[in-house]
Design a protein around this ligand. Structure first.
Ligand code: PLP
Length: 376
C-alpha cells in the first residue's frame, strides 16, 4: 500500500525467513523423493530430514531421536497435552498461549505474579492436591511480554510430585540459549517460523522417559513416520528450512542478545516522553520483546497509526487473529483492563537494525503527540 520498507517490529508474530532457510527450502523443493522410500532419491530426502532433526535437537540440547516434526507450535502443544491417559489433571500457567490453554476443558491455571512469573508456591499446593500423575505445562518465554518462567524450578517441583513437565519454548528458541536437560523438561514445543524458518512446521521434543502409561498418544495415525508418533509423509522442504533456521539461529544467539540494548533504549526514550508502563519490567525477559502502554491511546489506534507511519507492531497476542481482544496475559498479571487496552507489543528480530529501533521511537512519539493534540 505504497509503503516501502516498513519497519517490522512484530517478530514474535512471525520473523523474517533467514536466507539459509530459504536456500534449504528451495534445495529440497528441487529434489524428488519420499523419505520413506528405500531408493537413492528417498534416501536423499531422508538425509535432509535427519540433518534437520540434528540441528533442531542441537538448538535446545536434546537428542535427535526425541524430535517429532509437526505442522507447527500449535500442533506440538496439542500433542504434548494429550500425553496423559484418561482424565489426568493438567496444570498450566495462566499466561500460556491459546494453543495450550484451549486444548481441553478442565485445565487448572497456575497463577502468576504482577510481572507475569508463575507462582511456585501455588503450583506446589496444586500438585500436592493431586493424587494422579499430572502434566504441568509452563512456557519458557511469554509471547506478549517476553517474560521468562523459572522452568527448571517448575520441572523440579513437577517431578517431585510425579508429574511430567511440558514447556512451550516456541518464543524462547533462537532468542536465548536453551538446554533441555538443564531445564529438566519431558516435553518441549518449537516452531520454525519464530526462528527464521518457514511457517507450518514445528516440533515436539519428547524424552525417551515419556513411555509406558505416559506414552505420547499420536493425533495423526497412518504410516509409521516419526516413529509412529506423527503419521504422514514428512514436510521435507519445511523441515529442511526449519533445520537450516535452527543452525543459523544457534549461531546468532550472541547477536540476538544484543537486541536487549536497543530494546532498553526504546523503553527509556519512550518513558522520557510519556508515562509509559512496561509489563514484566521487574522480571527476566527475552532481549527482543517489550509490551508497553501509550497512555490514553487504544492499542488498535496505535497499531493503525504506527502502520501508517510505516512501523509494524501488534496489539497484544495478535499472532492468531486480526482482532484485538483484552489480553488474557495482562489480566492474569492483574493489570487494569483500561490500562491493558493501551498496550502494544514491540518485538525485534534477527534482522532488526539500530535504525529500525530509532524509527520506531520517532513514530511512537509522533503518534503520541498527535493523540495528545487530538485530545486537547
Ligand atoms: N506458543 C507460543 C508461545 C506462541 O507464541 C505461538 C505463536 O503463534 C505458538 C505457540 C503457536 O505456534 P505456531 O504458530 O507454529 O502454530
Amino acid at each position: 500500500m505504497g509503503m516501502k520498507n516498513p519497519v517490522y517490529m512484530d517478530h514474535n508474530a512471525t520473523t523474517a525467513v533467514r536466507p539459509e532457510a530459504r536456500d534449504a527450502v528451495a534445495l529440497a523443493l528441487a529434489l524428488t523423493g519420499n523419505p520413506s522410500s528405500v531408493h537413492g532419491s528417498g534416501r536423499t530426502a531422508r538425509r535432509l530430514v535427519e540433518d534437520a532433526r540434528d540441528a533442531v535437537a542441537a538448538l535446545v540440547g536434546a537428542e535427535p531421536a526425541w524430535v517429532v516434526f509437526t505442522s507447527g507450535g500449535t500442533e506440538a502443544n496439542n500433542l504434548a497435552l494429550r500425553v496423559l491417559p484418561k482424565r489426568a489433571p493438567i496444570l498450566c500457567s495462566a499466561v500460556e498461549h491459546a494453543s495450550v490453554l484451549s486444548v481441553m476443558d478442565g485445565i487448572v491455571e497456575i497463577p502468576v505474579d504482577g510481572d507475569g512469573v508463575v507462582d511456585l508456591g501455588a503450583l506446589e499446593a496444586l500438585l500436592a492436591g493431586e493424587d494422579t500423575p499430572a502434566l504441568v505445562s509452563v512456557m519458557l518465554a511469554n509471547n506478549e511480554t517476553g517474560v521468562l518462567q523459572p522452568v527448571a524450578d517448575v520441572a523440579a517441583l513437577a517431578h517431585e510430585h510425579g508429574a511430567l513437565i511440558h514447556c512451550d519454548a516456541v518464543q524462547a528458541a533462537g532468542k536465548m540459549a536453551i538446554d533441555f536437560r538443564t531445564l529438566g523438561c519431558d516435553l518441549m514445543s518449537l516452531s520454525a517460523h519464530k526462528i527464521g524458518g518457514p511457517s507450518g512446521v514445528g516440533a515436539l521434543v519428547v524424552t525417551s522417559g515419556v513411555e509406558g502409561d505416559l506414552a505420547l498418544i499420536p493425533m495423526l495415525r497412518g504410516g509409521g513416520q516419526e516413529r509412529g508418533r506423527r503419521a504422514g509423509t514428512e514436510n521435507v522442504p519445511g523441515i529442511a528450512g526449519f533445520g537450516a533456521a535452527a543452525r543459523a539461529a544457534r549461531e546468532g544467539l550472541t547477536d540476538f542478545a544484543r537486541l536487549g540494548r536497543w530494546r532498553e533504549r526504546i523503553e527509556n526514550r519512550l518513558r522520557q516522553h510519556a508515562d509509559s508502563r512496561v509489563y514484566g519490567f521487574g522480571a527476566p525477559r527475552l532481549a527482543n520483546t517489550s509490551c508497553l502502554t501509550m497512555p490514553g491511546v487504544e492499542a488498535e489506534t496505535q497499531v493503525i497509526q504506527l502502520d501508517l507511519a510505516g512501523v509494524a507492531v501488534s496489539a497484544g497476542a495478535a499472532c492468531s487473529s486480526g482482532k484485538v481482544e483484552p489480553s488474557r496475559v495482562l489480566a492474569a498479571m492483574g493489570v487494569d483492563a483500561n490500562e491493558a487496552a493501551t498496550a502494544i507489543r514491540v518485538s525485534l528480530g534477527w534482522n532488526t537494525t539500530e535504525d529500525d529501533a530509532d524509527k520506531f521511537v520517532e513514530a511512537w512519539i509522533q503518534v503520541y503527540g498527535q493523540a495528545q493534540a487530538h485530545a486537547a
